[in-house]
Design a protein around this ligand. Structure first.
Ligand code: ADP
Ligand code: MG
Length: 392
């Protein structure tokens, strides 16, 4: 008997060899499909070996494209290589340290300077850090993961960090920023001042294609599942499906884990394509459930209107029809309806969140209109989910 982290004993699994391998926190030994990004990154870091400063760097790519995994893997390697030297790496996740103040709080701590977690003027934190760094004669590489999260203050953070370099003695001391952003147009959204002082070498992380996802999933299956308990066809199915919809490795791995759990629950001796299909539905349903909980009320009404129309057999409801159904729903819930224009905007937001799919329909009875073609789960399931959590 092994004990799971949440304290329940579990019978040794028939399918899983090591479930941790299929969790998000697991860092695999190699990162298939990211060879060229790793090579580029190492080349940009290589001047450090000659004690020379390096340029600022930016990783960009959608979520689940391996940015955090690449940086963690290379950091582990470099930290070992540069042990006992004047090179220092500091990884900061900006979704936790989500203000410039908090980031500088952490940077001060590198030098053992403790400042209060809030309340001081930013300039004081900045000056203390700057003095300590200039005296230290180290080359500091600061990795700012999820840098798009402190978006409004991101400009100040990047500006103040990246310009420090020009005030240091570059013979001995430097500060390099490695930013990691999930928004592909991150640089365009920075203000001019921040952009020109940051001015990074950009490494792009494209969504994974089916072959790459297959390699990623095969690695997890071989390490995490027992031999002979999974069909390669199931892996191919997941890889192809996720490549088509997002190219997100996290989702692909989630689906594989879910498929193995379903196979196990069904007491099946093998994980098959059928389990993979069920797992995709289950993961989508989880995602929709989570999304609904964080949607504002009128977004839920619009989603409900769409689900109702699709479930009643209307295959491609357009914006006008959706709006009429939305009006009925708001009336029933005694809410003040938004304008057609706003609802149309909400339809776009739901689309970019991946909850629905739309397309333009040209030259129909109403001219050119946008129509909804599908939802992330079947409309019937969506109705059930919306009924259970949405409008309470
Ligand atoms: P991002 O930071 O771009 O959002 P992550 O690096 O967090 O993406 O990757 C998401 C998940 O997918 C993590 O569990 C990670 O280990 C895994 N992953 C991403 N790329 C690869 C890869 N090339 N090989 C193996 N696993 C990967
Ligand atoms: Mg990440």
């Amino acid at each position: 008997m092994e004990t799971l982290p949440f304290g329940q004993p579990s019978i040794v699994s028939r399918i899983f060899r090591d479930k941790r391998v299929l969790r998000d926190s697991y860092l695999p030994p190699t990162l298939p499909g990211r060879e060229s990004q790793i090579e580029e990154f190492e080349a940009l870091l290589s001047p450090l070996h000659y004690n020379e400063p390096i340029t600022h760097i930016l990783f960009v790519g959608k979520t689940g494209t391996g940015k955090t995994a690449v940086v963690k893997q290379i950091l582990a390697r470099k930290e070992a290589e540069f042990k006992n030297s004047f090179i220092r790496f500091e990884y900061i996740n900006c979704s936790r340290a989500n203000t410039a103040y908090r980031v500088f709080y952490k940077l001060n701590r590198i030098f053992g300077i403790l400042v209060p977690p809030s309340g001081l003027p930013f300039d004081v934190l900045y000056d203390r850090f700057f003095e300590a760094l200039s005296r230290s004669k180290i080359r500091l590489v600061v990795i700012l993961d999820e840098i798009d999260i402190p978006s409004r203050r991101g400009n100040r953070l990047l500006y103040s960090l990246s310009r420090i370099n020009s005030e240091l003695d570059e013979e001995t001391t430097s500060l390099t920023v490695v930013g990691i952003a999930n928004t592909v147009n991150f640089l365009d959204r920075l203000d001019e001042r921040a952009r020109s002082s940051f001015n990074p070498s950009v490494i792009y992380f494209p969504p994974y294609n089916a072959d790459e996802l297959k390699a990623i999933l095969l690695q997890r299956a071989r390490l995490g599942l027992r031999d002979g308990t999974w069909e390669e066809g199931a892996i191919n199915y997941i890889a192809a499906k996720i490549a088509r919809e997002s190219g997100d490795a996290r989702r692909a791995i989630d689906v594989l884990r879910m498929a193995a759990e379903i196979a196990e629950k069904e007491n099946s001796i093998k994980l098959t394509v059928d389990h993979a299909k069920k797992a995709i539905d289950a993961v989508n349903e989880q995602e929709l459930g989570l999304a609904i909980r964080s949607l504002p009320l009128h977004h839920r009404f619009v989603l409900l209107a769409i689900a109702k129309l699709l479930a009643s057999g209307d295959e491609r409801p357009g914006t006008g029809k959706i709006y009429r159904s939305y009006l009925t729903i708001t009336r029933m819930n005694m809410a003040e309806p938004l304008t057609m224009r706003r609802v149309s905007g909400i339809i776009n937001e739901l689309t970019s969140q991946g909850l629905i799919e739309t397309k333009m329909s040209y030259g129909g009875a109403y001219g050119n209109t946008k129509v909804v073609t599908s939802m992330i789960v079947s409309p019937k399931r969506a109705l059930k989910l919306l009924g259970s959590i949405a409008l309470r």
